[in-house]
Design a protein around this ligand. Structure first.
Ligand SMILES: Cc1cc2nc3c(=O)[nH]c(=O)nc-3n(C[C@H](O)[C@H](O)[C@H](O)COP(=O)(O)O)c2cc1C
Length: 441
C-alpha cells in the first residue's frame, strides 16, 4: 500500500495581526503591522524555520470590514507582498487568493508566472468565485449570479493554464554565440474565447522551476467541487468537525477521480485557530484578553441565536440562568451550536463560553501545544484532511509558538516532515509537475 504523505501545513498571514479582531491591541503587537513589510518578512521566516510548506493570504478586492475599531481582514495587496516575500525567503511556498470573478485571466497569469519564475517555483494561487457585494461594485454594477460566476471560473482557469503553457518547455535558447534568444516556433498564441473571457496570448514568460504555479480553490456546493476536482492541487476548507470534514474530503477526492485525476494529488486543508499557552487556564485567559479588546455585544447576541434563547450583554460575567436553560437548544442552522450549548450547560459564564471560540470561522483549540497536536493528529489520522491552514489568534507570538512548540511534537509523532522535500512548492506538496492545461476527460 502507498505510504500516506505527511501533513501539509499552511500558515495564514491575514493582514499581519492574526485571526482575532483584537490581536492588533495585544501588548506584543505592532499596531501598524498592516503597512509594515518587515513584520511580514519576520513572520514568514519563522514559518520557514518551522518547515511549514506554505504561507497563504485570503483576499477580497474590497475594504470588507468597518475598520473604526479593528484592522482590515485582508492584506493591502497580496501580489505586492508576495513579491517582497519571494526575495526574503528561500524555500517556503507562497500562495495568494485571487478572484476569478473580478480579474482578467491574462493579468493574473502573467503576474503569477513572473512570481513563480523569480521565486524559483514556489508560487500557488487560491482561485475563488468571489460573491462579496463590496467587491462587485468596485468592478461592475452587480454581483454576477452563481451559475455565471462558476461558468466564468472554468473559462478563467483554463485560459490562465493555457497561457502558462504557451511556451514549450525548451523554447528559451539563450545561445549567446549564435545570437538566438528563444525559438518563436515554440511560443504560440492560445486563441481561447469563451462566453465571458477571451485571450490570444502567448505570455512573455518561460516555464518556472515547477512548470507553473500550483492551483488551490475554496468554495462551496457542487460547482465548487467540480472546480476543485478538475483543477485544484489544494482545497482550503472550513468544516467544523471531523465527520463533516471527512465527508467533504471524500467528495473532493471523488470529484478528482471523476475528472480522471489521482485523488492523492488534491490536498484538502481545513483551517484551524490555535490559541496556545502553557496550560488551559492561561490559554483561556489569553482569549479573554483578546475579547476585552473588542466589543462583544454582537457575539453575545449571536450566541443566544445559536442556543435559541435571548442573552443580554449585561450578564456576560454570569452563567446562563437555570430557568432560561430549560428552553435552550442547539440551532441546527449552525454546526457550531451543539458545542456552544454543551459549554453553556457546564455552567460557565457567557464570557468564558465565548473565550472557548465557539463563534469563530474555524475550530479554535484553546490549550497547550500538546493539545493542539492531539487535535491535529485525530483529524489527520481519521482521514478528515491532508493538513491544516493554521490561523493563529495572534500572529506576533502565535506563529512562533506554533513553530517552536507544536511542530516538534508533530515531527516526533511522524505526522509532519523534518525538512522540505525539494525546492519547489510542488516538491513540498508531493504533487506532480504540471505544465499547461489540466487534462480533459
Ligand atoms: C474556506 C473558504 C474560503 C474563502 N475565501 C475567500 C476569499 O479569500 N476571498 C473571496 O473573495 N472569497 C472567498 N471565499 C468565497 C467563495 O469563493 C465563494 O464565493 C463563496 O463560497 C460563495 O459561495 P458560492 O460561490 O457557492 O455562491 C471562500 C469560501 C470558502 C468556503
Amino acid at each position: 500500500m502507498k505510504k500516506r504523505p505527511k501533513m501539509q501545513l499552511v500558515m495564514q498571514m491575514g493582514s499581519g495581526y492574526g485571526l482575532d479582531q483584537g490581536a492588533w491591541r495585544m501588548p506584543n503587537a505592532d499596531p501598524a503591522a498592516y503597512m509594515n513589510i518587515d513584520v511580514l518578512v519576520e513572520l514568514a521566516k519563522i514559518a520557514e524555520r518551522g518547515k511549514i510548506q506554505m504561507i497563504f493570504f485570503a483576499d477580497t478586492p474590497a475594504l470588507t470590514a468597518d475598520i473604526s475599531n479593528q484592522p482590515p481582514i485582508t492584506p493591502m495587496d497580496p501580489i505586492i507582498l508576495l513579491t517582497a516575500l519571494a526575495r526574503e525567503t528561500k524555500q517556503i511556498g507562497l500562495i495568494t487568493t485571487l478572484s476569478t470573478t473580478f480579474n482578467y485571466p491574462y493579468n493574473v497569469a502573467r503576474q503569477l508566472k513572473a512570481l513563480d519564475v523569480i521565486s524559483n517555483g514556489r508560487i500557488g494561487v487560491n482561485f475563488v468565485t468571489t460573491s462579496h457585494p463590496g467587491a462587485a461594485v468596485n468592478f461592475r454594477d452587480r454581483i454576477p449570479g452563481r451559475q455565471e460566476r462558476y461558468h466564468q471560473a472554468h473559462e478563467f482557469i483554463q485560459i490562465v493554464q493555457a497561457l502558462w503553457g504557451s511556451w514549450e518547455e525548451d523554447a528559451l535558447i539563450l545561445d549567446v554565440k549564435n545570437g538566438k534568444f528563444a525559438d518563436m516556433d515554440k511560443i504560440r498564441p492560445i486563441n481561447m474565447t469563451g462566453d465571458y473571457l477571451t485571450s490570444k496570448g502567448p505570455l512573455p514568460i518561460p516555464p518556472s522551476e515547477q512548470g507553473q504555479p500550483v492551483i488551490f480553490t475554496a468554495g462551496g456546493g457542487d460547482e465548487g467541487l467540480k472546480i476543485a476536482g478538475r483543477y485544484a492541487s489544494g482545497v482550503y476548507a472550513n468544516p467544523y468537525d471531523i465527520e463533516s470534514s471527512r465527508i467533504y474530503r471524500e467528495m473532493v477526492r471523488s470529484s478528482a477521480k471523476h475528472f480522471g485525476r489521482d485523488p492523492d494529488e488534491v490536498k484538502v486543508i481545513p483551517g484551524i485557530i490555535p490559541s496556545i499557552a502553557s496550560n488551559k487556564e492561561e490559554a483561556l485567559e489569553r482569549r479573554r484578553q483578546l475579547d476585552r479588546n473588542i466589543d462583544l455585544r454582537g457575539r453575545v447576541q449571536y450566541l443566544g441565536t445559536m442556543i435559541g434563547i435571548p442573552l443580554s450583554f449585561e450578564q456576560i460575567d454570569l452563567p446562563v440562568q437555570e430557568e432560561l436553560l430549560k428552553y435552550a437548544y442547539a440551532n441546527p442552522q449552525d454546526p457550531r451550536s451543539s458545542r456552544a450549548l454543551e459549554l453553556v450547560k457546564e455552567g460557565m459564564t457567557i464570557r468564558d463560553v465565548l473565550a472557548h471560540g465557539v463563534i469563530n470561522y474555524h475550530p479554535v483549540i484553546v490549550g497547550t501545544a500538546e493539545e493542539v497536536a492531539d487535535f491535529m493528529e485525530e483529524w489527520f489520522v481519521k482521514g478528515a484532511c491532508d493538513g491544516f491552514a493554521i490561523q493563529p489568534d495572534v500572529s506576533f507570538d502565535g506563529i512562533r509558538d506554533f513553530v517552536d512548540q507544536v511542530v516538534p511534537i508533530l515531527q516526533e509523532r511522524g505526522l509532519f516532515h523534518d525538512d522540505y522535500e525539494g525546492t519547489t512548492l510542488r516538491d513540498h506538496m508531493e504533487i506532480s509537475y504540471q505544465y499547461g492545461l489540466s487534462k480533459e476527460i
